[in-house]
Design a protein around this ligand. Sequence first.
Ligand SMILES: O[C@H]1[C@H](O)[C@@H](O)[C@H](O)[C@@H](O)[C@H]1O
Ligand SMILES: [Fe+2]
Ligand SMILES: [Fe+2]
Length: 300
Amino acid sequence: MPIATIAPSVAQDLDATSDAIDEVNQLRGRLWDEDSEFDKDKDKEGFRDYESACDRVKNFYKEQHEKQTVAFNIKARMDFKSRRRARMGVWEAIELLNTLVDESDPDTSLSQIEHLLQTAEAIRRDGKPEWMQAAGLVHDLGKLLLLFGSEGQWDVVGDTFVVGCKFSDKIIYPETFKSNPDSNDELYSTEYGIYKPHCGLDNVMLSWGHDEYLYNVFKDQSYLPDEALAMIRYHSFYPWHREGAYRHLCNEKDEKILAAVQAFNPYDLYSKSDDRIDVEKLAPYYQGLIAKFFPPILDW
Ligand SMILES: O[C@H]1[C@H](O)[C@@H](O)[C@H](O)[C@@H](O)[C@H]1O
Ligand SMILES: [Fe+2]
Ligand SMILES: [Fe+2]
């Protein structure tokens, strides 16, 4: 947002130099543009090639698409609300996540900490605001569910989709939904299912996994702006942000947050081919960033 649009009184109160205004705006999530320099020179062909993906990936999606039912999703949300899984800081959580290998991902063999730092570094190099760097740094922390009693990988990782209405053919391996009992349900298999036209994504149940879990953790325990929370919540929702599905369920608010989620996506996806990073060297910078956007200890 241009500086001129800030109320003069606010600027005076802050005794602001333009640098100070920039900083305030960055923290509030106002100052950013959606263009990305970062992926300009990337060869995007090799990413998300599910046709020639290995059996590990194919088997993962077969199981996920069979088991993500409405009934399971209601149960997962009740379970989330009924207990606290851990208490720790964000950096500690990042270190803990490092033990995990994501079976749904055809594109990276790096550790999770490297993927988080690569994503955040790509955002930082592109001069994006601190809140977006913070979103990049934490966006996959929801995979901690794997250590908190998930049923498997199928209820944690992978792309997300809507349950409670017809499974979109824009989801990868759409044929695997044949074995999902909801495909034969007379309500859940219709275009709108349990939803009203343009009811808004806030009122729609996305398949349970690391996005939805982490959004619920951070929505009351962070100082992240709405755009950052949307990046976290919808980053795996490729049928929506990449393939254009589910527009009949979206409202005006969703059209706005779509731009934020799409702006985030290249950093998440294409940073997977970047150079290796030095975790120890970057740790102090990112610990400082964490202190700005999160309480020292959170309930997970
Ligand atoms: O395999 C990946 C991985 O699990 C990511 O964390 C997720 O965000 C993507 O949507 C998925 O395709
Ligand atoms: Fe993810
Ligand atoms: Fe990611």
